[in-house]
Design a protein around this ligand. Structure first.
Ligand SMILES: [Zn+2]
Length: 390
């Protein structure tokens, strides 16, 4: 059995760099002295770490701060918008989207390409995704990490997609295949799209720390956030609300079960029941008050309410965030969904469930993917400092 050993100087510096950068990220505009006070590090240590991070393009200095009394005035420290960016990718069922997000969380560029990924083998789709990544890499912006959102169960440690029922994929090494195709220097992180969408909602959305984010596209996924942290289950396979069976005698699902929520309330089913071609036509029909469109969305809201009431009864979550296509349908989903929640959630009289639309809508998974790449940089900036200064 190995015994704990003292941390090396390098390990200590690596830890302290992350601590300092995290402080600047959570309190932008702090001076070196304020960072020292907040972290408990000496001013000399903070100054030395900050100077290295300015050199590596992670931190920038702003205006000198007015300060009463004697002594040198501090300058405001910020994460550098010109520093390493997170490249976010979402492999959807019928599109591939990418974005570049800077360290401060601002989206610098985004691309969306329709692509029927159900009709293609994984290798062909990943070749398209690699081309999308290469296009983003040509933008003359430093990229410090790539996050990839996929609509299936992902083993996060290995980046292997175990199964994606709506794509018909099994055991695809998404990280390995993309790294090989693009010859990337930057690390690639692969995650479930619903979990990444929930994280984006936590970082950039409606601002509450406890919620279930349910995104409706062709598949339906949920991300559960409790106390400001993602709950993804023991293996990372949780949140599969789309495969919660709400009608045990309902239609068969590609997952092998029957009456899964996404067979009854997914985008394809709503569009089919409304007798329209796509979501734009559905929205036009809803705006015009067409009966078939209204009835189709109401039916989906009821099934969604049954599934979400189960989740809320089990987990006691105060807020439901509607994401993806559901965010656009929120004005029509809200009424019947709230009625179902009120009726079925046992604690609703004392703790009514709030329903809100995600401001990120269909961008959430891609933003969450970019965000995880950025957080990986912030969590270990020394890797970046060393490679830049080397
Ligand atoms: Zn299913």
């Amino acid at each position: 059995m190995s015994r704990p050993r003292p941390a090396s100087q390098h390990t200590v510096r690596r830890h302290n760099s992350a601590l300092v950068l995290d402080t600047i990220a959570s309190a932008p505009g702090s001076s070196r002295a304020a960072v020292a006070a907040r972290t408990g590090l000496t001013k000399a240590t903070v100054s030395s770490l900050v100077d290295r991070m300015i050199g590596a393009g992670l931190v920038v200095e702003g205006e000198a701060q007015a300060r009463p009394g004697p002594g040198r005035r501090g300058t405001a420290l910020h994460l550098s918008p010109a520093g390493p960016h997170g490249l976010g990718v979402e492999i959807g069922v019928d599109y591939v989207s990418t974005c570049l997000v800077d360290l401060t969380g601002r989206v610098r560029a985004r691309w969306l390409r329709p692509s029927d990924n159900r009709a293609s083998a994984p290798a062909r789709v990943l070749t398209k995704v690699a081309a999308a990544i290469r296009l983003a890499l040509k933008q003359n912006v430093p990229v410090g990490g790539v996050g990839v959102a996929v609509p299936g169960l992902v083993e996060s440690a290995s980046g292997i997609l175990r199964v994606a029922p709506n794509l018909g994929w099994r055991e695809v090494d998404v990280r390995g295949e993309l790294t090989r195709r693009v010859a990337l220097d930057a690390p690639v992180l692969v995650g479930n799209e619903a979990n990444l969408a929930a994280l984006a909602e936590l970082w950039h959305g409606h601002g509450a720390p406890d919620f279930v984010h349910v995104s409706g596209e062709i598949g339906i996924g949920a991300g559960i956030v409790v106390g400001g942290a993602l709950f993804e289950g023991v293996s990372g396979y949780g949140g599969e609300i789309g495969h919660l069976s709400v009608d045990p005698h309902g239609p068969r699902c590609p997952c092998g079960s029957r009456g899964c929520l996404e067979r009854l309330a997914g985008q394809d089913e709503i569009v089919r029941a409304a007798g329209v071609a796509d979501v734009s036509e559905l929205l036009a029909g809803l705006d015009a008050g067409h009966q078939a469109a209204t009835t189709a969305v109401r039916a989906a809201a009821t099934w969604l309410g049954v599934a979400l009431a189960g989740a809320v009864n089990l987990l006691d979550l105060p807020t439901v965030v509607l994401g993806g296509t559901y965010a656009r349908l929120e004005p029509w989903l809200r009424g019947p969904l709230l009625a179902e929640l009120e009726h079925r959630v046992v604690g609703s009289a004392w703790s009514p469930v709030r329903v809100v639309a995600s401001p990120l809508a269909s961008d959430a998974a891609m933003r969450g993917a970019a965000g995880t790449a950025i957080r990986a940089i912030l969590a270990d900036p020394d890797l970046f400092v060393t490679s830049t200064l080397a």
